[in-house]
Design a protein around this ligand. Structure first.
Ligand code: PLP
Length: 630
């Protein structure tokens, strides 16, 4: 448990029980569900890994925790305003996710945010509570604004946030045309620079928001159009996953100054929207590293409330109601990606035993001597000598002076030397040179996992975002294999070779040896934000299976699976790239008929082949590991 850092990144939602099984605590209490039980239950419904497990109760808990944090801070600070959070649909658009969040937010007037026209279509239909807000961000065209204004006309608190002056022009003219009083917000391009992987959302080169000059111009345009009363919100977004609380504090202070200035200019205002940015401590280090946060959700809420109150007090302006657009912090923890290890690639498996009398080449003899001769030198020097000889052997092979057997002997000896050095180092206490520490990484096995990094872990591939990864079972057994993970795409980028910093900060994951015939599942945690929707169809693997889990005390294992979503079948992904199943079958059939006529294949075997092809079109895209086990 300690090795994988559960109590650092997982608390209070994930832990390990005495028998070594990973458990989820979706309601952040003692009620726990073994992930392995969920995998087994899913199998009875025909759902296999790779799959996403969603804990719906965990989503509810996040919504409640965020709202409680703000309610507590508002009470403690005696803040004379309300909290009206919204969930940004872009972070996870799945209907079941949005429904659960809306349901959990009912008593908190928790609303929705849309960042595009399709998201607005969802938000308008799903927005249920009359007192909650619907915030419209993103680039807008006439249709976007027309939809929003019509929604306003039916009495809804929909606020259209202008990202550009041209949008404001459209909002003004269309409100007149539709005879509706709009609710308008302005997005400001703050000077405070973001921090972390998504830092470009503010600053001079940000693609969104209005500069101070444009905000003055916007104020003038609204006055001229007699829409002073419509300006009710100032918005900013500093970027997702802000690791450092200082950045957030500074941004809140700057934005509150903008808010107060506008209020003093005679606009009614009423809402300050601090956007997203509230991060997740993916690596559990509670630091300002990119995959971490040096603050908690509660500290964030306190800082927003305190700083807004202080600046408003200084400027003698009534405190606004507070809006946040935190999506990552709401949804990231609720889902786990489960992948099954399907095989192992090891540098140690196929090593040759090289006898001295079999050696035909000097370079092989030299490596044999390094491995078996009297050890007079230090570990680092031995390593350098071995490296030089290995490179020499590679080069001799390329130039035709070393045959295949000679090269295989040289490589085998080199890896045996590395193995021995690694063992020596692990027994030695104290400082070790970096090159020697790197040996464990060099010797790591590759565990082949049935999933696609491009579909399920895009931020890891694109931005080196780290996610906690652990085995789901056997956590009471010491892991003895150092491994990196490779996926089943035909792309060498399809791998995970950077992990959250464990005790010794090495770039491999300690895992258990695979047992023949037994499944070995890995869980990739905190993947509920952005990953589902951003994944792509590289190699045509497509969407994975899903199960939606609810807690139920009446069930023996404490849960039930309410819903399953089937991953893509081959037919689905092929149709996505314009192939019809019928057309493909016809094309193949023509080729089989030709082969049958040419007596290359018996008609019966040709028919069987055709049946196999048709059957496969209905099957899932990922590997069927059960077949391999048989
Ligand atoms: N609001 C806006 C305008 C955004 O662009 C985003 C995403 O970057 C969010 C909210 C969600 O932010 P977070 O991922 O920090 O929850």
């Amino acid at each position: 448990e300690r090795l994988y850092g559960f109590n650092r990144w997982g608390s209070p939602y994930f832990s390990v029980d005495k028998e070594g099984y990973v458990c989820a605590h979706p309601a952040a209490d003692d009620i726990s569900v073994r992930i392995d039980d969920v995998i087994k239950e899913a199998a009875t419904k025909g759902i296999k890994a790779p799959m996403v497990i969603r804990f719906q109760d965990l989503l509810r808990h996040r919504v409640e925790r965020l709202n409680k944090a703000f309610a507590d801070s508002i009470r403690d600070e005696d803040y004379p305003g309300h909290y009206r959070g919204v969930f940004p649909i872009k972070v996870n658009q799945l209907r079941e996710v949005v429904e659960e969040i809306q349901d959990a937010g009912e008593n908190h007037c928790y609303g929705l945010e849309a960042g595009s026209k399709p998201e607005l279509m969802i938000a308008m239909a799903m927005h249920q509570h009359s007192e909650s807000l619907l915030i419209c961000n993103g680039y807008k065209d006439e249709d976007y604004i027309r939809l929003a204004l019509n929604y306003r006309k039916i009495g809804k608190d929909i606020i259209i946030v202008a990202e550009q002056l041209s949008e404001l022009e459209m909002i003004i003219s269309m409100s007149k045309e539709l005879d509706v009083e709009p609710l308008i917000g302005l997005r400001s391009k703050l000077g405070t620079r973001g921090e972390g992987k998504w830092a470009m959302s503010t600053g001079d080169n940000a693609k969104f928001g209005l500069t101070s000059m444009e905000i003055l111009e916007a104020a003038r345009m609204l006055e001229k159009a007699n829409l002073t009363e419509s300006l009710c919100l100032l918005h900013f977004h500093i970027g997702s996953q802000v690791p450092n609380i200082i950045t957030l504090k500074n941004a809140v202070v700057e934005a509150t100054r903008y808010y107060c200035q506008l209020q003093k200019m005679g606009f009614p205002m009423g809402f300050l929207d601090v956007g997203g940015g509230l991060g997740i401590d993916y690596d559990g280090s509670r630091s300002n590293y990119e995959s971490s946060t040096n603050y908690t959700l509660e500290e964030y809420a306190r800082d927003v409330v305190y700083n807004v109150k202080q600046i408003c007090g200084l400027m003698d302006v009534p405190c606004p109601n507070l809006v946040t657009e935190s999506g990552r912090a709401i949804v990231a923890p609720h889902s786990i990606l489960i992948t099954e290890v399907t095989g192992r690639i090891s540098k140690r498996d196929s090593l040759l035993t090289v006898r001295k009398d079999e050696i035909k080449h000097q370079v092989v003899a030299d490596l044999h001597e390094i491995l078996n001769g009297r050890n007079r030198y230090g570990n680092l020097e031995i390593y350098h000598d071995a490296q030089q000889k290995k490179e020499e052997a590679d080069s001799l092979f390329s130039h035709g002076y070393l045959d295949l057997l000679g090269r295989a002997q040289a490589e085998s000896l080199f890896w045996q030397i590395c193995n021995r050095l690694e063992k020596n180092i692990s027994k030695t206490k104290g400082y070790q040179p970096e090159e020697l520490i790197g040996l464990s990484e060099l010797l790591s096995d590759q565990y082949v996992c049935n999933f696609s990094v491009f579909q399920s872990l895009l931020d890891h591939w694109a931005l080196d975002q780290l996610f906690p990864i652990t085995p789901i079972t056997r956590l009471n057994e010491r892991p003895t294999v150092n491994a990196i993970l490779v996926d089943i795409t035909c792309d060498s980028d399809g791998k995970v070779s950077k992990f959250i910093d464990l005790e010794d900060e090495k770039q491999y994951l300690p895992l258990h040896p695979l047992k023949k015939g037994d499944s070995y599942f890995l869980g990739i945690f905190l993947v509920g934000a952005y990953q589902d929707i951003m994944g792509d169809n590289h190699n045509l693997f497509g969407r994975v299976n899903e199960v939606h889990v609810f807690l139920d005390e009446d069930e023996d294992d404490g849960f039930y699976i309410e819903d399953t979503i089937q991953g893509f079948r081959m037919k689905d992904v092929l149709e996505g790239v314009q192939y019809s199943a019928g057309g493909l079958c016809q094309n193949l059939k023509k080729q089989i008929d030709k082969a049958t006529k040419a007596d290359l294949v018996k008609p019966r075997d040709g028919v069987r082949f055709m049946e196999l092809y048709e059957e496969q079109l209905q099957k899932k895209t990922y590997l069927d590991i059960e077949q391999k086990k048989k």
